[in-house]
Design a protein around this ligand. Structure first.
Ligand SMILES: Nc1ncnc2c1ncn2[C@@H]1O[C@H](COP(=O)(O)OP(=O)(O)O)[C@@H](O)[C@H]1O
Ligand SMILES: [Mg+2]
Length: 217
């Protein structure tokens, strides 16, 4: 930040087993987004190690990071981040087309991903023609399309009313039950009930970490 150095995360050590749902919580500025960006390969650690899906992200080249991101990792944003000029199914199949998947195969996979999040029948709608919850479902479909197994979601319910937010948490929990690894940040304590693991961050450090083995109360 200009000439000032901000330490966004320090001494954070955690393990996210495949097929679990981990919630990152803590006040604004505690480092939740930074941690998600690191796992996604969008930002890099200055020191330490980061092993994601068998890749050592701390020593990957920029090209290796983007290849991993494109093929294996889905990112869901608070504001959905769908392209307004594309239909929902066109949005969902984008990551596959970007990796050179044939159009027909990409369309079939996008249709399947949309079915998994409860969007069948809405394939040809534009984002502005569906509700916020349906837009977030489409963003989640885009994150899992082509059997991606790691979904990172930064405050996925932050722009939704509580009922719709609860539905979106239900979708993410169902994907977890199907074997997807989900890591999300949230301000909403109600969302923690779906989590197998809860990491509480404060000022860039890990205040507490309850693992799946210990069991979240
Ligand atoms: N691009 C940036 N430049 C400088 N400081 C940043 C930047 N991004 C985040 N920070 C700082 O890093 C810390 C963690 O931020 P962030 O990961 O966004 O927290 P959270 O998502 O929990 O609100 C905060 O102190 C924030 O101000
Ligand atoms: Mg944040």
């Amino acid at each position: 930040m200009g000439k000032q150095t901000v330490t966004a995360l320090r001494d954070v050590s955690l393990s996210l087993p495949a097929g679990t749902l981990t919630a990152l919580t803590g006040p604004s500025g505690s480092g939740k987004s930074t941690l998600l960006h690191l796992i996604a390969g969008l930002e890099r650690v200055d020191s330490g190690t980061l092993d994601v899906l068998g890749s050592q992200l701390h020593s990957c080249t920029a090209a290796e990071l983007s290849a991993l991101r494109l093929r294996e990792i889905g990112f869901v944003h608070q504001d959905f981040s769908l392209l307004a000029d594309l239909t929902l199914i066109e949005n969902v199949r984008l990551p596959l087309e970007a990796t050179g998947t044939a159009r027909k195969d990409a369309a079939a996979a996008a249709r399947e991903a949309m079915g998994r999040v409860g969007l069948e029948g809405l394939e040809q709608r534009f984002p502005a023609e569906v509700s916020g919850g349906q837009q977030q479902r489409a963003a989640i479909a885009r994150a899992i399309v082509g059997s991606r197994t790691l979904v990172l979601a930064d405050e996925p319910t932050g722009s939704l009313d509580s009922k719709t937010g609860a539905e979106i948490m239900g979708v993410l929990a169902q994907l977890r039950d199907e074997g997807v690894t989900v890591v999300l940040s949230t301000h909403n304590p109600a969302n923690l009930s779906h989590a197998d693991q809860v990491a509480v961050l404060q000022d860039g450090t890990l205040l507490s970490f309850t693992t799946a083995e210990e069991g979240v109360a």
